[in-house]
Design a protein around this ligand. Sequence first.
Ligand code: DOR
Ligand code: ZN
Length: 350
Amino acid sequence: MKTKIITTIKIRRPDDLHVHFRDNDILKLVVPYTSRFFGRAIVMPNIEPPVININQAISYQKKICNAVPVEHKFMPLMTCYLTDNTNPKVVEEGFNCGVFIACKLYLANGTTNSKYGVSKISNIYTVFEKMEKLGIPLLVHGEVTNSKIDIFDREAYFIDLVMNPIRKKFPNLKIVFEHISTKEAVQYILSCKENLVATITPHHLLFNRNNMLSGSIKPHLYCSPILKSDIHQKALREAITMDCQLFFLGTDTAPHVQNNKESSRGCAGIFNAPTALAAYATVFDEMNAIENFEAFCSLNGAKFYGLPINEGFIELKRKKVFINEKISHNKINLIPFLANEFVDWEVNVV
Ligand code: DOR
Ligand code: ZN
């Protein structure tokens, strides 16, 4: 039962601990939507070619910094894309010199630009060993890639077939189970407690597969991992209300141009940077859990990564804000999450 209508929420400047900025013109267009409100972002390395070494990470980081408007205070944190050939020494050096904050594991051919990913997990055990020793977090896209396994079950299978074996062999390896989408993943995180946390996206909290598929197909809700049933959505919504520090904000904002979304072979990914904070606030409000909002957005992730809490604050005001149909520049058209709808919260830096 709601006791009081909350009209303003003031929180420490948050971090987005899972973003895709892409490259070139798209990068320039999308970066300000993240840098405006977030103090830091963990940047996924699945560009073309992927970020697999220190120099690539430095030059990608520069491009991102150059796209940040001068009035924004923002730091992109870089990740290393793991391949079958990743050299543990590169990971060590990149981490020690402060370029890599973490390494990202894609199993080969699981999602956008994952063809260079790892084909067999034992191929990178020496890398995991080094990461475990140095405390370098492993960020995991947690879905098996076997096409015989139903797409809705791929995350649950991943827990048994990949995550558990890794955790048994490397119990001190710090792992982020990215963009969890199932009740199995929530239960798994809660049962492990040590060295394992998860990010949760706004789209997996707000929607389920009925929203994407019933009546008409909504390509702008198509993402990986795919939206699951309401049972799973409910488990995620309950997870964020728990006072356990194990779940935090990672939007998985993943822009694809309109033509590649509205296509006979539409790409997976939701460009949610412009509306993510309002969407998260809506869910926390609906769950009557605004008191957990700041920890989820601004504290839990920083603590896991050993980062200081950001200086400064943002404020969310309860106010209907219309989300434009498109964000366009130089022939690039992006459809933001919740386009053509009203969100309930206006966000400002204070
Ligand atoms: O929906 C997604 N889009 N999930 C991913 O894992 C990758 C991302 C992308 O890069 O497009
Ligand atoms: Zn992602």
